[in-house]
Design a protein around this ligand. Structure first.
Ligand code: BDR
Ligand code: CA
Length: 311
């Protein structure tokens, strides 16, 4: 399968993404970088270790300690109401046990999988930006980047216009988008509609391949439902982002320059802006990124259910 180094802040939808990866023949997770985000870095590490135990991760999968704080100099803000006190809904993953790998292990992984490795970033962008600041030429050896983040002319989920991964550390986003090549952004435009319904959850549970799904997604749905009583399911942002690296055809894209608003203390901080006016001609030289604006829900539904039920 496709070799993937996963950066995340597990987090319910991060855990759904890792469950998908674990059950899919098309993806091999080679390492997980555990960052602050939905919960603290220490908690993310404990959660990833818990998931590694539940999934019986092969011994080759490295768990690496990532960023603890954003580049903005602020303290991170956590989201227990969305993901639960520990980040995995009602699950109590216990404390951080055993050894985790040092951040610089990432360098070895990228070198080991020269040009074959995809990085999926499902949390804040701080660790990834740090790598670009430290190892610009090494980062050219990464085949592609899939980033869950941003909201392009659709509502945000932290402010009216900003999405959580971009809002928490907009400086990191700007650094990544300045240096990275072969980037695909999977924003809220897509992920807010990647809904997993209670019926899907119950069927997955009945099939018994992914026992963790029901407790975490029931919790997650309860939160989304309290915010919007007519919502049909909960959005698995990070899972559809991970799926994107092996399911290109599920999406429609546009490749455009992306601007990130840095201005602190405003509603716009962390906003992602792309000029979607069709008559605008961009400078050839200008840096552009591929943005998924739409996707085929039936494709998503079938693929997600096939992988998680084994049918
Ligand atoms: C993103 O922010 C995190 O809280 C979620 O896990 C997801 O990656 C959604 O805005
Ligand atoms: Ca996440």
């Amino acid at each position: 399968g496709q070799k993937v180094l996963f950066f995340g802040d597990a987090g319910i939808d991060d855990a759904v993404a890792l469950t998908y990866a674990y059950l899919s023949d098309d993806i091999d997770i080679v390492g997980v970088v555990a960052d602050y985000g939905n919960v603290s870095r220490v908690q993310t590490i404990a959660n990833v270790q818990y998931l590694a135990k539940v999934f019986k991760f092969p011994s080759g999968v490295r768990i690496i300690g990532g960023a603890e704080n954003p580049m903005t100099g602020e303290q991170p803000i956590f989201y227990p109401e969305v993901h639960g006190v520990y980040g995995l809904g009602p699950i109590e993953p216990g404390t951080n046990a055993g050894v985790i790998e040092n951040f610089f292990e990432i360098v070895k992984i990228i070198e080991e999988y020269q040009n074959e490795l995809i990085i999926v970033n499902a949390g804040r962008l701080t660790s990834l930006a740090t790598l670009f600041l430290l190892y610009q030429s090494l980062m050219k050896k990464v085949k592609a980047f899939y980033i869950m983040g941003g909201a392009f002319w659709v509502p945000g989920n932290v402010t009216a216009v900003s999405e959580a991964n971009f809002h928490a550390d907009p400086i990191a986003v700007r650094i990544v988008l300045t240096y990275a090549k072969n980037v695909t952004i999977i924003p809220l435009n897509v992920t807010d509609r990647a809904l997993v319904t209670p019926e899907m959850v119950n069927y997955i549970d009945y099939k018994g391949k992914a026992p963790i799904i029901k407790p975490i997604l029931d919790f997650y749905y309860h939160f989304y439902k309290s915010r919007n009583p007519s919502i049909l399911g909960s959005p698995v942002h990070d899972a559809i982002t991970l799926m994107a690296c092996v399911r290109e055809d599920m999406f429609t894209y546009r490749t455009l320059p992306v601007h990130i608003v840095l201005e602190d203390g405003t509603t716009a901080r962390g906003q992602s802006i792309a000029d979607i006016r069709t008559y605008i001609k961009f400078d050839e030289q200008e840096k552009k990124h591929r943005i998924a604006f739409d996707f085929d829900y039936n494709f998503f539904f079938r693929d997600f259910m096939t992988v998680l039920t084994g049918e």
